[in-house]
Every structure is written in structure tokens, then in C-alpha cells.
Design a binder for this molecule. Structure first.
Ligand SMILES: CC(C)(COP(=O)(O)OP(=O)(O)OC[C@H]1O[C@@H](n2cnc3c(N)ncnc32)[C@H](O)[C@@H]1OP(=O)(O)O)[C@@H](O)C(=O)NCCC(=O)NCCS
Length: 153
């Protein structure tokens, strides 16, 4: 079967409906609201990217840049791949592309978190070189979170 190419592009507010649809497919109680996604897409300090396969949006990532003690850090707020398009490298591509943009903007460290039972996210992050740096007690209601960090060299 022919493998479709995945392309990564900048996201914008015009993609809101589709991004919210994917957010709802990916998360239950922890999903961002449509309004929160709209705010993130239009925030000056955010970077949002979409992954497309054959012209259709199949995933997205949103990160923010913060200033900590004069150093710039990147934080991934959400990474979502539509269930029908998982395990094809879309998540890796989105994360690698946002890291590239962070580096171009002099961001030295990237942070993200995952639920301690989110095996897909934990494996993805570790595959890309993220290290566990902390436990976030009850970060997701009753479930704990794990904080990961990667130095962007
Ligand atoms: C986490 C998520 C973004 C991964 O996206 P994806 O496009 O399927 O991931 P990739 O195909 O790029 O996988 C890269 C690596 O991650 C790991 N991985 C991904 N899905 C996995 C799964 N279901 N089980 C175990 N490891 C998994 C593997 O190491 C994989 O490499 P491999 O396929 O060579 O073994 C996706 O599962 C998702 O959207 N989940 C719901 C939203 C979410 O939990 N986001 C993260 C928290 S914000």
C-alpha cells in the first residue's frame, strides 16, 4: 500500500474547528476547551503546528516560549494525533519540528509533561531524548504526572 507523506505547517485560527475535533478524540476530561485552543493559537508567544496527510489535518502540537532567569525555555502544552493516524511517526515529526523552531529562537530547554499511565506519550518523549525530572502529584486529578526536560543543543 502506498504510504502518504506527512507535511508539517504552521497552524492558525482558521484550523480551530478541526483541531478541537482532534483534541476531543485524544482527551476526555483533560481536553482543552475550544476557547482555550483559540487563545493558544493566537497567543504571541505560542508556536502551533499542524501535521497533514493527503491534505487532511491529522495532528497538531502547541508550545509556548517563556523567559526564566534570562534564559528562554519551551513548554509543550499539547501534542495530539488523530487515533486513525497514530504510530506512523506523526508525533515524532511534530515534536522534532517544534524543537527546531525553539532552537532557531534561542530556546535552550524544552519541557513537557504526561500522565504517568500514558505509555504512548512516555515512550515518545523518551525516544526523543527527554529525561524525567520530576513527579507532578495529582496533576491530572487523581492521576499523577511526570515532568520531562530536554536540553536543546
Ligand atoms: C502520544 C501521541 C501524540 C503519539 O503520536 P504518534 O503519531 O502515534 O507517535 P509516533 O508514531 O511518532 O510514535 C513515536 C514513538 O512513540 C512511542 N509510541 C507511540 N505510540 C505508542 C503506543 N501506543 N504504545 C507504546 N509506544 C508508543 C513509540 O516509541 C514510537 O516509536 P515506534 O513506533 O518506532 O515504536 C498519540 O498517541 C496521541 O495523540 N495520544 C493522545 C494525546 C496525548 O496523550 N498526548 C500526549 C500528552 S499531551
Amino acid at each position: 500500500m502506498k504510504q502518504m507523506a506527512i507535511t508539517i505547517e504552521d497552524a492558525s485560527i482558521k484550523h480551530l474547528d478541526r483541531l478541537y475535533e482532534i483534541e476531543m478524540e485524544c482527551f476526555k476530561s483533560e481536553a482543552f476547551t475550544k476557547q482555550q485552543i483559540a487563545q493558544l493559537l493566537t497567543d504571541y508567544n505560542s508556536i502551533s503546528l499542524i501535521a497533514k496527510e493527503d491534505g487532511k489535518i491529522v495532528g497538531f502540537i502547541i508550545g509556548m516560549i517563556f523567559v526564566d532567569d534570562n534564559l528562554l525555555s519551551g513548554h509543550i502544552l499539547t501534542i495530539d494525533v488523530s487515533p486513525s493516524h497514530r504510530r506512523k511517526g506523526v508525533g515524532i515529526l511534530l515534536l522534532m519540528e517544534i524543537e527546531k523552531i525553539f532552537k532557531e529562537r534561542n530556546v535552550t530547554v524544552c519541557r513537557l509533561e504526561a500522565r504517568e499511565d500514558n505509555v504512548a506519550a512516555l515512550n515518545l518523549y523518551q525516544k526523543l531524548g527527554y529525561k524525567k525530572v520530576g513527579k507532578l502529584e495529582h496533576y491530572y486529578g487523581s492521576a499523577h504526572g511526570i515532568l520531562f526536560e530536554k536540553t536543546l543543543g
